[in-house]
Design a protein. Structure first.
Length: 469
């Protein structure tokens, strides 16, 4: 699939930013009288803001690997958090495509992309900064590397489905605490400062800087002033916090997200939201510094800025915590795309993470692999016009191994969730955006259920998905 951008035009640079656990509704949100994402709001106003963007999977490594390869998890092999990459396939990530085309490629932040050979073996990065460099920074400044109070305070034991067997596992819980050190030393602040340094040094060689932040991923440890920024008592929580959906499948309460929320009080959910929003605001501040550095550089007018998160967080909605389910809080992500000379618009047509790689390669006039699962959105970025409506697909297959199975088919008006071991779910996203009532069994829903089930089954058959439909 050749790029449609003019081959003789100057190739733009790329600042590519991904946060972790940041929800789509954080953009434009005000809570307790505080604008949650002032810098990203500014970016959205001068960009194309896709308000209905969906990930390929609501969990870290599958989402980020799909984003990097332009392929669904069932195609690239990373269907769960396979940290060793033992299931990874030989798929060319966007970083390698850019490097092969002469870009100087830099990585700052977490590394959750699993391909084989590994991404650092495929690309000679001009700069690589990750967890090790931040740990060295803490040690050089005499700051302890462990969380205050010890790691166990932030963990909760649950039982997890491991290929049909229940296994005891610990996950980050809802405990929130203040990090007792200067915010400039916090992981995401440090990484953003390194991005500022990189952008200040950028020369004439075309560059692509990938900035992968950890915030607002739990543990909910937050430095000041962000820890005190949002008063829990003044937060306006969604009405379905601590309320499961009516008609919810019976096995949802055995899922990871539901177990992590069990027994959490409303007051505690308020503290969770305050800490989570503090981390979102911290990430936004760091992103703002990077955007300011870009604006002050000689590359302000020739650099594309792409922002999104990997997935969201339920934060108590549906009486769930973290991600790992198919509801909007987990699968819908912010996506703000800015290209030099591009349009400004807000687009509510459903789009996918998988559209990002073809869009980047189209913008850079780089030939893309012909087996990508998404489409280029470059014309939308040029004109501000929405792409054609397409069903979007997302799936969850377990965390450290194959476990609970969910698949979602998402249209502008509805979401259908398929679970091979329980009843289906259907939500009217226009009338019921919080997905509070499963209408799959309603007589008036039969035709929509049949249609979306057939779409999902067809998708599974054409994308190497072995799930029963």
């Amino acid at each position: 699939m050749p790029g449609t951008a003019q081959a003789d035009a100057p190739r733009p640079n790329l600042l590519f930013i991904v946060t972790d656990h940041q929800r789509a509704d954080s953009i434009g949100m005000t809570q307790a009288g505080v604008e949650v994402t002032p810098n990203l709001n500014g970016l959205a106003r001068r960009s194309v803001n896709f308000t209905r963007a969906y990930n390929a999977s609501p969990i870290c490594a599958p989402a980020r690997t799909a984003l990097a390869t332009g392929k669904y998890p069932t195609a690239n092999g990373i269907v769960f958090n396979d940290w060793r990459g033992t299931c990874a396939g030989d798929h060319k990530p966007v970083h390698q495509c850019l490097a092969d085309a002469g870009y100087s490629v830099a990585h700052i932040g977490i590394d959750h992309i699993k391909v084989r050979p590994a991404i650092r073996e495929r690309v000679e990065f001009s700069e690589w900064v990750s967890n090790r460099e931040h740990t060295e920074h803490l040690q050089a400044n005499g700051i302890p590397t462990e969380w205050p109070g010890g790691a166990d305070v932030y963990r909760r034991a649950i039982t997890e489905n491991h290929a049909g067997e229940r296994a005891a596992v610990k996950y980050s819980n809802t405990h929130a605490a203040t990090w007792p050190h200067a915010a400039e030393h916090f992981k995401d602040s440090y990484w953003c400062d390194r991005a500022v340094d990189f952008l200040g040094r950028a020369g004439d060689e075309p560059f692509a800087l990938f900035l992968y932040l950890w915030a607002p991923h739990p543990p909910l440890v937050v430095p000041e002033p962000y820890a005190s920024l949002f008063d829990p008592a003044e937060l306006d929580l969604p009405e379905n916090v601590d309320v499961p959906a009516e008609g919810e499948p019976s096995n949802r309460r055995a899922g990871i997200a539901a177990q992590l929320a069990e027994g959490v009080s409303t007051d505690e959910w308020r503290r969770v939201w305050a800490a989570h929003l503090g981390l979102v605001n911290l990430a936004d501040a760091g992103i703002g510094r990077a955007l300011d550095a870009l604006a002050a550089s000689s590359h302000a007018d020739d650099t594309a800025v792409f922002f999104m998160s990997d997935h969201g967080d339920h934060l108590g909605q549906h009486r769930m915590y973290q991600k790992m389910e198919m509801y909007e809080q987990a699968v819908r992500v912010p996506m703000i795309l800015n290209v030099p000379g591009g349009a400004t618009a807000e687009i509510d047509a459903p789009v996918s993470h998988l559209d990002i790689m073809p869009t980047i390669l189209d913008l850079m006039a780089i030939d893309a692999p012909d087996d990508l699962d998404g489409i280029s959105l470059l014309s939308c970025l040029r004109t501000g016009e929405a792409p054609p409506d397409r069903p979007q697909y997302s799936g969850y297959s377990g965390n450290p191994t194959v476990g609970d199975i969910r698949r979602a088919v998402i249209t502008r008006s509805h979401k259908y969730i398929h679970d091979p071991d329980d009843i289906p779910e259907l939500y009217d996203l226009e009338a019921d955006p919080l997905e509070t009532r499963n209408i799959a069994a309603d007589p008036g829903s039969r035709e929509v259920v049949r249609e979306l089930h057939a779409l999902g089954k067809s998708w599974a058959e054409s994308h190497n998905d072995q799930v029963r439909w």
